[in-house]
Structure formats: structure tokens, C-alpha cells
Design a binder for this molecule. Structure first.
Ligand SMILES: [Zn+2]
Length: 352
């Protein structure tokens, strides 16, 4: 029996509104609490009228212009990109880098973890979100997992691995050229630790896995459920940490060391599809992080889990989408209702 609780607190805000001739108006707020972490997200249907100010559509002409301006100085563009990129010591990786199809992995010049790698994704400097083909993403994830395995074999203290991406500058990327980032570290990042701790607490309390219960509950509610590819389940987040958050849950894969080629191709197929729909929604940027249980530990309470979100679209003088509410209060605003987002993603989803 699932123990998941989707808590919503409803509040009203009443004021004389100059946009409606100073009539007394009332706005309904929905404060949603994440069923695992307790983090809050707020939905105010009144903000729908402000969405073009808070989250304007992508200016594709400007994006093209930024692409052209940065192509010349991009160190990943030239055919001899090997010459410009760092390499790992030979005793760890004899070739210094890992390559698979269109993807190539090498160290980050400015690491934020003991093993922090960048994965170059193909030759194209700039891609719109409808131009991330399955094969390209598959190559990227395959090389990432190969690295995680080799890194853990070489240094077993590297137990905490995440697969990540920042795409385009509003998402924090310093390079336009598409790339992923892998971090392997002896300690988990704050969010990774919180997810592991809360999952363990849940299991101690209910004697079941939060993640299996979540999948069961979301599938039966069918409000935020998108579909399943190769035993990975795709849903829209109830209380998202970012805009249009989509989550992927692999109940049968506790850590990255258990992933198969099928898991990699399923993730690539689903992600390529989600990016394509985001493009239809005139969105151009994203972040994602995929978490794993500690690599050398039997962790029945956790499983591989991924969040993907949009960031502010590319346009001149964009405003950041984080303000005190997100950065310091750790709450999030919901501009697209998750249930409507899931309905949109469900149409044409390449799974069951
Ligand atoms: Zn480039």
C-alpha cells in the first residue's frame, strides 16, 4: 500500500487591483509540498497573465547570432579539439580521454569534484532543442557510464556519481557547444545526500521504497504520468524544483553500475522526445541531474532518479529565473501546472 502524500495548502490573497479598475480581487494560491523532501512549490493561477514577462519565449534570431559570435572562440568546435582539451593521467585512462561514437569525455579544466568530466556532444556548435537526436544522446550517456565504472574501479572511494547538463548560458553553461558533465566524488552533494537520507527514513517508517510507491501512486492517479520506456518511468513532478520539471525513475536500477545498454538507449529516446516537445513550447535551455545510489553499497531505499528542468529562454537581457524565493528560501514557482504538462508530454511519448 503506497504511503505517498501529495500535500497541497490553499491560500487566498485579496487586494484592490489597478489592472481591474481597483476592484477587490482575490487570487488563489496552491502551495505544494514535495512528498519526499518537504520542499515547497507555489502555483498562483493569477501568474498565468504574467508568464510572458516572467518567462518570455526564445528569441531564435538572437540565439543564432550568439551562436555565430561564439563559434570562432569555441574550443570544442575545431576538428583538432583534442589539442585544446585536458587529458587524464595514463595510469587512470591510458588514452587520456574516452570516446564513443559522437561523444568524447575529458577532464573539466576547473573541476568542482575529485573527478569532474566534460563530454563533448558532436560537432555542431549550436542546436535547438528539436535537434538532439537519440543516437547523439545515447553516445553521451554511454561514455558517461563507462567513465563512472572505470573511475570507481580505479578509485573505489569515488562512490557518489551524478550525470548532469547545463544547456545554454541562461542555464549556467559557459560554453554554447552541447556537452554533459559527470561528477564523481567521495561525498554526495547537498541534494544527493538529502534524497538518500529521506529515502532511507521513508523505508524505515513504511518498510517500502519511496520510489516504488511513487511510481505505483503516480501510475494509478494518472494525472502527472507520462509513460514507461524499458522499465524507466517518466512523470511530471508534483512539486517541481524548476520550470516544467520532468522526472525519470528506474526502480530496478539502484546504481549506475547496474545500467545496461537498453537503459542508456531508453533514456536517450525519452530525453530526445522531451527536448522536442520543449522546443514546440518555444523553450531553448535546460538543466538535468541524474542521481545514483552510492556505487559500492546495497541501497534498497534508493534507485536511479533524474530531474530535468527548463531555465530562462535565450533572449537579449533576459532576467534570471531564480530570485530570493528559489535561491535562499528554496521554494519554487510553478508557471505550468504539472498535470497539464504531463498531458502534453503524454501525446506521442515513445514508450507505453
Ligand atoms: Zn563549438
Amino acid at each position: 500500500m503506497a504511503q505517498i502524500q501529495f500535500k497541497t495548502n490553499r491560500q487566498k490573497s485579496v487586494f484592490h487591483n489597478p489592472l481591474e479598475d481597483m476592484q477587490l480581487t482575490s487570487q488563489e494560491l496552491e502551495i505544494r509540498t514535495d512528498p519526499l523532501t518537504g520542499r515547497q512549490s507555489v502555483l498562483n493561477s493569477g501568474l498565468e497573465g504574467k508568464i510572458q514577462i516572467l518567462f518570455p519565449d526564445t528569441d531564435y534570431q538572437y540565439l543564432e547570432q550568439r551562436g555565430q559570435q561564439t563559434r570562432e572562440t569555441c574550443f570544442l568546435c575545431p576538428a583538432d579539439w583534442h589539442r585544446n582539451t585536458p587529458a587524464y593521467p595514463e595510469d587512470f585512462l591510458p588514452q587520456g580521454r574516452l570516446e564513443h561514437g559522437q561523444a568524447a569525455l575529458f577532464p573539466n579544466l576547473f573541476p568542482i569534484g575529485a573527478y569532474h568530466s566534460v563530454i563533448r556532444l558532436g560537432d555542431h556548435h549550436l542546436r535547438k532543442l528539436d535537434d538532439f537526436p537519440e543516437q547523439l544522446l545515447m553516445d553521451g550517456f554511454a561514455v558517461a557510464l563507462d567513465f563512472v565504472r572505470r573511475c570507481h574501479e580505479y578509485d573505489p572511494s569515488m562512490r557518489y556519481a551524478t550525470l548532469n547538463a547545463n544547456y545554454l548560458f541562461p542555464a549556467g553553461a559557459s560554453l554554447i557547444h552541447p556537452h554533459f558533465q559527470i561528477i564523481n566524488s567521495p561525498t554526495p552533494c547537498t541534494q544527493h545526500q538529502l534524497l538518500l537520507e529521506k529515502s532511507e527514513e521513508y523505508m524505515k517508517l513504511h518498510n517500502t521504497s519511496f520510489w516504488e510507491d511513487l511510481v505505483q501512486e503516480e501510475a494509478s492517479l494518472d494525472q502527472r504520468w507520462i509513460g514507461t520506456i524499458n522499465n524507466a518511468h517518466w512523470i511530471a513532478a508534483f512539486a517541481p524544483m524548476g520550470f516544467n520539471e520532468i522526472q525519470v525513475i528506474w526502480p530496478g536500477r539502484k546504481s549506475f553500475l547496474q545500467w545496461t545498454d537498453q537503459d542508456v538507449s531508453g533514456l536517450a529516446r525519452g530525453l530526445s522526445y522531451i527536448l522536442g516537445v520543449w522546443h514546440e513550447m518555444k523553450l531553448s535551455t535546460f538543466n538535468f541531474t541524474c542521481f545514483s545510489a552510492p556505487l559500492d553499497q546495497d541501497t534498497p531505499s534508493f534507485c536511479c532518479f533524474m530531474r530535468m528542468v527548463n531555465r530562462q529562454n535565450v533572449m537579449p537581457h533576459h532576467r534570471t529565473d531564480d530570485y530570493f524565493f528559489q535561491k535562499l528560501m528554496h521554494n519554487e514557482l510553478i508557471l505550468n501546472r504539472p498535470e497539464e504538462l504531463a498531458a502534453r508530454m503524454k501525446k506521442g511519448f515513445p514508450g507505453s
